[in-house]
Design a binder for this molecule. Sequence first.
Ligand SMILES: C[C@](O)(C(=O)O)[C@H](CC(=O)O)C(=O)O
Length: 326
Amino acid sequence: MTITITVEKDGFYEVNGMRHEPSVSLYVIPAASKLRRMLKDSKDLIICPGVYDGLSARIAMELGFKSMYMTGAGTTASRLGMADLGLAQLHDMRTNAEMIANLDPFGPPLIADLDTGYGGPLMVAKSVQQYIQAGVAGFHIEDQIQNKRCGHLAGKKVVGREEYLTRIRAAKLTKDRLHSDIVLIARTDALQQHGYEECIARLKAARDIGADVGLLEGFTSKEQARQTVQDLAPWPLLLNMVENGATPVITTKEAEEMGFRIMIFSFASLAPAYMGIRSALERLKTDGVVGTPDGLGPRKLFEICGLMESMKVDTEAGGDGFVDGV
Ligand SMILES: C[C@](O)(C(=O)O)[C@H](CC(=O)O)C(=O)O
């Protein structure tokens, strides 16, 4: 016999088509558990557009993406106005991740960049704890030195294997201590400095400590990407697709066929934001107007940012702020 239980957004659930009032809370599934289930219960590629602020996250949600990635490069660019050179610290990253992860409690789980973990084992433990408390569903932690840089720039340096594994161990112990489902993604940037074999050795060691997913940063060819999936199978791997970076363009279809389980697109919002904002400001400079298309007024933009839901919350509570609309 098959019993189909469908949990609705309001917490009511249906068993074989009959609607029931919840006697237990079925609907507050932590994002981390959601992501873990997505990894476990299906073989589908988990596609995460890179987002870097509230608006880019809202757009990803508007389009129905099932998961998102908070880019450290984008966070650094948007919050600090600086390049991805290890300048964003735990506070910058955690506050951004927390805001994005909590925009919609029923929304897509968020994977967030945790860079190097921002220090020694104690600091890694603190960082992981803060990500868990912020509602982040998964994070990657890497082996670059603290003065790190974007994984797609030359001149990267990594710490020794043992120090890297200390970071992974600190992360794993923290998530276990807090009984969190947060998905631990072990990233290595050792390819430039030490070559492919060292990357595989590092990732295998991270896997043996209990990392859930592996990430080899900056593949230089499609063959190498495919080979890594095979060399580490059946361990799930994440592919970071940065167009015009170190890796040739790999589509979601190709990544799925290669056997990757998660794919992040770090610059999916940042690069288009640059192009869009720049051309609008150019028009302003040359024509004296921004040239915003018809229909794209404040209301439309606020609707993307939850205007209707906010009005509903106020009205349901008896507020009179929106009785005459907006
Ligand atoms: C994935 C990454 O950590 C990010 O911040 O999005 C960056 C992206 C980039 O700067 O190219 C990385 O690959 O190091």
